[in-house]
Design a protein around this ligand. Structure first.
Ligand code: ATP
Ligand code: MG
Length: 302
C-alpha cells in the first residue's frame, strides 16, 4: 500500500478517483467487501497494537539504560489532512482506536490562538510532537499554514511560499531525530463532501460538527485542491512521504490507513527489548520471598 498510494511531484489530484479502492484484493469484489474490510481493520488493529507496544517498550528500555551507541528512540507520526468532512475523526476513531491509548499522542490543530500567532507557525507543532516511543497523530497540521493560510490569504504570498522549504527542513530535522512520518491526505470528492455536510445539517446529533464557514471553504474547492496539489508536490520527500488515500468509501479509507501504518511499523524492525536483569536470579528471589513469607515455596495456584 505504501508503494501504491505514495505520490510524487507533480501531484494531480484530479487524476485520483476518490471512490477508487487501490490495493483491495480482487477476490473481495461485490457486496461483501465492506464487511470484509471492516473485519480486516479489526485484525490489523490487533497487530498495530502489538507493534505500538514494542515501540513503547523499546523507548522505555533505552531511556532506562542509555548507551553511547543508541540511535534516537523511535516514534511514529501520522499526519492527517483532508477537506472538511474528509473523515479525519472517523479514521482516528477506527484505526487509532485499536491501539493502546497509553501510547498514543493525538493532537488537533484549529485556528491559531493569539499566543500561537505571536510565534513562528511551527512553534505549536513542535510542542505537539509525540515523545519517543509514542505514536503521534496530527488531526490537521503545519500543512494548514500552506492551505487555509494560502487560500484565505491569512498571510502574504511571500510568507506562505517560503513555508514549503521551511516544512521540508523541519521534517528532515524530525526524521533525523527518529520520527517516522506518515503523511496522509484523505481524498474526498466535492459531491461526497456535499452529502456529508447535508447529513450534518439533517441530524441534530451532528450539528456540533457543522460550521457555517465550511460552506465558504467549499466555495473555494478548486483553490484548495490546487493548494493541496502544490503542498504535496513540494513536500513529498523520501524522508517524509505523502500518501493519498481515496476516502469517499469510509471502509476503504480505514483499511488503507491501517495498512499504511502496519507497513510503516514493519520498516522499523520492532521487537521487545531484552531483560536488563538476571532472570534466573529474579525467579530465585521471588521463590525465596514466597518461602520466607510462610508459604509452601510455591506461588498460590501456579
Ligand atoms: P471536520 O473535518 O470534521 O469538519 P475539522 O478538522 O474541520 O473537522 P474543526 O474544529 O471544525 O475541525 O476546524 C478546524 C479549523 O481550523 C479548520 O477550519 C482549519 O482550516 C482551521 N485551522 C487549522 N490550522 C489553521 C491555521 N494554521 N490557520 C488557520 N486556520 C487553521
Ligand atoms: Mg470542520
Amino acid at each position: 500500500m505504501r508503494e501504491l498510494l505514495r505520490v510524487s511531484a507533480p501531484v494531480d489530484l484530479g487524476a485520483i478517483d476518490p471512490r477508487s479502492t487501490p490495493g483491495l484484493p480482487e477476490a473481495t469484489a461485490g457486496e461483501h467487501r465492506k464487511g470484509w474490510a471492516r473485519e480486516q481493520v479489526a485484525l490489523l488493529g490487533a497487530g498495530l497494537g502489538r507493534r505500538q507496544e514494542m515501540l513503547y517498550a523499546t523507548a522505555k528500555a533505552a531511556q532506562e539504560r542509555p548507551g553511547p551507541a543508541d540511535r534516537p528512540a523511535g516514534r511514529v507520526l501520522l499526519v492527517l489532512q483532508a477537506m472538511d468532512c474528509g473523515g479525519k475523526d472517523g479514521t482516528i476513531k477506527r484505526v487509532a482506536g485499536a491501539m493502546n491509548p497509553l501510547g498514543l499522542h493525538i493532537r488537533s490543530f484549529g485556528p491559531p490562538t493569539p499566543e500561537e500567532l505571536r510565534h513562528d507557525f511551527l512553534w505549536r507543532v513542535r510542542r505537539a510532537l509525540p515523545p519517543p516511543g509514542y505514536v503521534g497523530i496530527f488531526n490537521r497540521s503545519h500543512y494548514e499554514d500552506v492551505l487555509v493560510a494560502r487560500v484565505a490569504s491569512l498571510v502574504p504570498e511571500a510568507v506562505w511560499r517560503a513555508r514549503y522549504d521551511e516544512i521540508n527542513d523541519f521534517e528532515r530535522e524530525l526524521t533525523d531525530a527518529g520520527v517516522t512520518l506518515v503523511k496522509v491526505l484523505l481524498h474526498i470528492s466535492y459531491a461526497e463532501q456535499g452529502a456529508r455536510l447535508l447529513e450534518r445539517l439533517d441530524d441534530p446529533r451532528k450539528h456540533w460538527k457543522y460550521n457555517p464557514s465550511d460552506i465558504d471553504a467549499r466555495a473555494r474547492w478548486d483553490d484548495y485542491q490546487a493548494a493541496y496539489a502544490e503542498a504535496l508536490s513540494r513536500c513529498a520527500t523520501d524522508a517524509a512521504p505523502w500518501f493519498v488515500v481515496p476516502a469517499d468509501r469510509k471502509w476503504y479509507r480505514d483499511w488503507a490507513v491501517a495498512h499504511l501504518l502496519k507497513e510503516t511499523f514493519d520498516t522499523l524492525a520492532l521487537g521487545y527489548p531484552a531483560a536488563n536483569f538476571d532472570l534466573g536470579r529474579e525467579r530465585e528471589r521471588l521463590r525465596a520471598g514466597e518461602a520466607g513469607a510462610g508459604g509452601t515455596g510455591e506461588m498460590n495456584g501456579r
